[in-house]
Design a protein. Structure first.
Length: 721
């Protein structure tokens, strides 16, 4: 019997309800993952549902793995487990079984972003289309947008009209799709689109998969797009139970296709559906929730709910207004030092911002204050160059597809130039075979090139034989490939220590895969890797984490700083130009940012002129929307004529005495250029200039030039020290 004794009443209802269609509106920090996993355990343990009759869809591999582990720990019966996967993994499973109806082989190639860019570059070269540096990504986005809108290359060409740039894009799109068919390859968009197309065209295939799963559960339902929703509805036959969990107030991915209307209209699409609202928060203090509630209630297009908690605290949200972005950053760094001195670990502190470019001043402030930090969400493990190369070498041992061959044939350099590659490509087109098959024919080459290519093919064939042998340990095969190909030696010669370490990590990954899935093949490993590429960034060491609000979705921290809360930045200018809908999305983003904090939330803004906005910064409406009883305001007022006198508070944030009051009682000294000053933190420095009581002082590395109020108590003339 599933133990629901620790759940609140609404959580119990969400776990135990026997309604066919259920929509769980799960507020931030309301325990949705616990509810979802207990729901699955309840079906298996209490309702005697066979595990393999349950399908749970998530949107990251991390979430799928965590959910699977939690479910397996809850259920007593060993053996079969429910199907818990990302929507892309589900589609791969479906296509591996049924893509044959379209004439594709089961072991079709899955293209990643680098593969897509490679085909785009090939298309531009073949079509004699001039491509700017780094423009391949723009072509890939164009193709993706057309595919997800179900616009064919022919329709794209018609829509291009007489506009040359769009005609060129449409030609590349047509080439790209044709090339995919030749290679029997699908990109990430195709995985879902092709599955949807098969279900539309072949009733017997769709009905087979409807019969396979009696219960369909979908996590993060607010983030799905229309194609994904179409697939879910196709899987949901007349008898299937559909259970969706999400929060319209946290729909923040409309820029990549998410549509808040999907979760809002669920009860219309599934007549008789029941809605349960989870609004008890187990993460944040009531002050933080009251602030977040007072902001999000300004959105019209939402399901009404107010988060509440039993975590009481007298501490309000702190709003700090700085005179400029560098002063804002310095204040944040100072507060982080205070929090750390009180016992808060650096890793329990996060600084969130709307866009990546906003990290510049924050990073400088962290370095100045000697605060350890990381930028969360840097280059992902599977997206690093050496990992891409290594995976393509492994693909040569399985599929030997054109994209893998083109990437590694000259890494390390083998003297195979572009003309030779062009000749191989042309021959492959003429014969309708792969480029690797052309190499193995041994017809096009002579002399030294013939020997080079012959050695290459012999090497690849030995890998292919070993990969096909069920007794081969794939991590050992990988190590041999690195040695025999010369790739490892190339890195060692260049003293690429970090890249070599990354390849060692990949070797461990292969070994771990073999241990966890002893009957699996190298081909299955490559399929798995192609789907996730989001290996977690380790944060075991004590670092403050700097990240965008989008990257913070799903995370939580003891202390959170949200910076640059200025209209035009957050909410950003593009969203404001989109009107109500755009601002409502930004408000949902602010709601997500605020509810990441467990104990303390700081909201910061910067004054002064913004070169990004090409105007002076003004306070974000999201700060003004917070009810006064939930927030305390500190810092500069930005009243005309007083900005310079507020700068020192931005740097040194004396706690209780307002700067205006302090200055009114203090005679501000004027320092002379060239005077030697001693600062309690920065040490000895030289005055560069002093205007209106604000001195610019050059301190030794690593502090540099600082603006400090001439009469600040931390500053003394050397002669007086």
């Amino acid at each position: 019997m599933t133990d629901v004794s620790l759940l609140n009443e609404r959580q119990k209802e969400a776990v135990l309800s026997d309604d066919q269609y259920l929509r769980i509106i799960a507020g931030a920090g309301s325990g949705k993952t616990r509810v979802l996993t207990m729901r699955i355990a309840h079906l298996i343990e209490d309702e005697d549902v066979r595990p393999w009759r349950i399908l749970a869809i998530t949107f990251t591999n991390k979430a799928a793995n965590e959910m699977k582990e939690r479910v397996m720990n809850m259920i007593e019966s060993a053996g079969a487990s429910p199907m818990i996967s990302t929507i892309h993994s589900l589609c791969v499973r479906i296509l591996r079984e049924d893509i044959g109806v379209l004439g594709y082989p089961r072991n079709f190639t899955i293209m990643d972003e680098d593969d897509q860019k490679s085909v785009v570059k090939e298309a531009c070269k073949a079509l004699d289309i001039e491509m700017q540096k780094n423009a391949a990504g723009a072509f890939v986005n164009y193709i993706s947008n057309n595919k997800t809108a179900e616009i064919t290359p022919e329709e794209a060409m018609t829509m291009a009209g007489s506009y040359k740039a769009d005609i060129a894009k449409a030609k590349v799109y047509e080439y790209y799709v044709r090339r995919q068919k030749e290679m029997k390859a699908l990109d990430f968009d195709d995985l879902i689109l092709t599955t949807v197309q098969i279900f539309r065209k072949y009733d017997e295939v769709r009905e087979k998969w409807q019969r396979r799963y009696d219960y369909i559960l979908v996590d993060e339902f607010q983030d799905i797009d229309n194609i994904q929703y179409t697939l879910i509805r196709q899987l949901a036959g007349e008898e299937n139970s559909v259970y969706v969990v999400g929060d319209p107030d946290q729909t923040i991915y409309t820029w990549r296709g998410a549509d808040v209307d999907i979760i809002m209209n669920f009860t219309k699409d599934f007549p008789g559906a029941k809605s349960i609202v989870l609004n008890e928060n187990y993460r944040s203090t009531q002050a933080i929730l009251d602030g977040a509630n007072s902001v999000i209630k300004n959105n019209r297009h939402r399901i009404e709910k107010d988060l509440f908690t039993n975590r009481k605290s007298d501490e309000k949200i702190t709003h700090y207004a700085a005179a400029g972005d560098e002063y804002e950053a310095a204040w944040v760094a100072g507060k982080i030092q205070e929090e750390h001195a009180k016992g808060t670990k650096y890793r329990d502190i996060a600084v969130l911002y709307r866009s990546n470019y906003l990290s510049r001043s924050l990073e400088k402030a962290m370095i100045d204050a000697r605060i350890p930090y990381i930028i969360y969400g840097g280059i992902r493990f599977y997206e690093r160059q050496e990992i891409k190369d290594a995976l393509c070498y492994l693909r040569m041992a399985v599929t030997s597809d054109d994209l893998a061959l083109q990437r590694i044939i000259n890494r390390p350099r083998r003297g195979i130039g572009n003309k030779t590659i062009d000749m191989i490509t042309a021959s492959a087109r003429e014969q309708g075979i792969s480029m690797y098959e052309v190499l193995c024919q041994d017809r096009l080459f002579s002399g030294k090139m013939k020997k080079t290519i012959g050695n290459f093919c012999t090497m690849v064939e030995s890998w292919r034989r070993r990969a096909a042998d069920s007794t081969t340990e794939i991590h050992l095969l990988f190590e041999d490939i690195l040695e025999e190909s010369g790739y490892k030696a190339m890195l060692e010669e260049s003293k690429e220590t970090e890249r070599i370490e990354n390849l060692k990590e990949l070797t461990d990954d292969l070994k771990e895969f073999s241990e966890n899935y002893p009957d699996s093949t190298l081909d299955e490993y490559l399929q798995l890797v192609s789907l996730y590429g989001d290996r977690d960034q380790t944060t075991e060491n004590d670092y403050v984490q700097l990240m965008t609000v989008h990257a913070a979705k799903g995370l939580e921290f003891d202390t959170v700083f949200v910076t640059d809360l200025n209209d035009g930045i957050f909410p950003n200018e593009r969203a404001m130009a989109d009107g109500t809908r755009g601002v409502e999305e930004e408000r949902r983003l602010a709601y997500v940012a605020f509810t990441r904090a467990k104990r303390k939330l700081y909201l910061c803004e910067a004054g002064g002129y913004s070169f990004i906005l090409q105007k002076s910064r003004t306070r974000s409406r999201f700060i003004s929307e917070i009810d006064d009883e939930h927030i305390e305001h500190k810092g500069a007022s930005f009243e005309p004529g007083r900005k310079e006198r507020m700068l020192s508070e931005a740097l040194f944030h004396d706690k209780d005495i307002p700067m205006a009051e302090r200055l009114s009682k203090t005679k501000i000294p004027q320092l002379k250029k060239g005077e030697i000053m001693i600062h309690s933190k920065f040490g000895e420095g030289v005055v560069i200039k002093c205007v209106n009581g604000i001195a610019e002082i050059a301190f030794p590395y690593p502090f540099g030039i600082k603006k400090i109020a001439a009469g600040h108590p931390t500053l003394k003339k050397k002669s007086e020290a």
